[in-house]
Design a protein around this ligand. Sequence first.
Ligand SMILES: *[C@@H]1O[C@H](CO)[C@@H](O)[C@H](O)[C@H]1NC(C)=O
Ligand SMILES: *[C@@H]1O[C@H](CO)[C@@H](O)[C@H](O)[C@H]1NC(C)=O
Length: 224
Amino acid sequence: MASKVHLLFRVLLIAAVMQLHSVIVVGEPQVPCYFLFGDSLVDTGNNNRFVKAEKANYPPYGIDFPQGVTGRFTNGRTAPDIIGQLLGFSNFTPLYSTVTNEEIDKGVNYGSAGAGIREETGRNLGERISFDKQILNHQEIISRLWRLMQDNQTLTNEYIKKCIYIVNIGSDDYVNNYLMPSNYSTSSIFNPDQYATLLIQQYSQQLTALLHLYELCQILLVVK
Ligand SMILES: *[C@@H]1O[C@H](CO)[C@@H](O)[C@H](O)[C@H]1NC(C)=O
Ligand SMILES: *[C@@H]1O[C@H](CO)[C@@H](O)[C@H](O)[C@H]1NC(C)=O
């Protein structure tokens, strides 16, 4: 019994050391590219360019962030920032609103505060990039990437397949939609269960669209 516990302890210790090792090692990231979709938990400044929108471009946001105020809805890094660093990326993922062709091969952040699964979600806050629009923006980025890869479909496909995608969306569909009965009709049309089912259905379709975007994008470009 004692030896079994001892063995378990050693296995756990080795696992912990391996994990630590993979965090500390500096070098190539574990994946070539990292794409981020979502709401204020993901947005690191895409909403800054909008006149009226939910924005975090003023102090005390960013007080613990090396670059200070950026548009992040937090004092420091966002959860996707931290995951990106753990994956080995040395820079934060560039924003869709300002990304250059030189930067897109590492990934893009499409997140927008106030965005929802549903198109109208967050309307009360002003402008925002809904999840459907974020998917369209990703389609445009893939087209740019494809051109940068000399229209080589195989190369682009192989590349995109290795990327990590993070999606964090849905809370605004409640906070800035369903739970605001004077501004949105959803709560008078659907009961909570129906609304949840509806959101899950739409979200599944969106994730499926994202998965097949590369092929769709190829078809669109070929037709053009
Ligand atoms: C939300 O509804 C309230 C009450 O009807 C109204 O006063 C307010 O202007 C609405 N807000 C927006 C952004 O439409
Ligand atoms: C496209 O890229 C693949 C994979 O790198 C390569 O094998 C193929 O020769 C390339 N095709 C063209 C037309 O350059």
